[in-house]
Design a protein. Sequence first.
Length: 322
Amino acid sequence: MTNVVERTTAMAERGDISGAHRFLDAAAVAGDVEALATLASWYLSGIHVARDLPRARSYLRRAATIGHVDCALMEIAFTANGSGGPADWSKALGLLANAAVNDPIAAEQLALIGAMHLNDEGHPRHPPTGRVLSSSANVCQFDALFTAAECAHVAGVSATLLEPSMIVDPATRQARPDPVRTSSAAVIGPARENLVVRALNQRIAVASHTAIEYGEPLTVLHYRFGQQYRSHHDALPNATNQRRWTMLVYLNEGYRGGETQFADGLTVRGRGGDAILFRNLDAQGGIDLAARHKGLPVHSGDKWVCTRWIRERPHDPWSGGL
């Protein structure tokens, strides 16, 4: 931790937010890259200051210009997904190519992107096609929607973000372990939505015939021995912008148990990279009970999946609203 970060952290902990802000501003004007990164973090998170994504993006740009690797990667993500400014896939790809010259993480991402056969807007040149597994549950399977390398990338991005699945107790308003989902979970939000993840989200949008803006951030679930996702429905209670579709991608093989089972008895065990798409709402917009499903207990090995819930209308990943 640099002296700038240590000093501003100490000032903030004493409650001197304005003093810490003035100190950071002065250091940023002098070209201190950690001050720029800290200000970007403040305006992204909305901690100590009101959230301001355009301002955060400007600090990321300045820090990236000086050579801050993490800020450079975050700026690339924002340029692609439109956080704090216009979305521009071509510009983001150019920034990634520049970063890849000296950053092996960026180089790895660039190589994965190069193997995806994308058009100039980051969309797949060849739309994925699926096959119907169940008409009653409206389940469609896409074989090899993700490649093995793409599956490994998603799991790797999420690994440091995984936490036990929790819910907020409606009576106490305190977080407690989720009694339905016993896995660990990670959400790859817009700040970590690198170009590989962005392109995969776009592939999901094309496969589901929806716009990418309708999707929630990609959520990764990791199940160990005995863990499961008990019977549930993906629709949200009292939502004003409901989850119309779910795309579930199986990221690995080599485990026993863990199948996805629907209310009509349909049981799916995908290979690594396979995906299933199912509709949560009926034609009238009500909850489709046939979409109720569960992830059966894992008997051995580890199971990795990722889920993208797709809403009825555009969803703001920064608001967290229903």
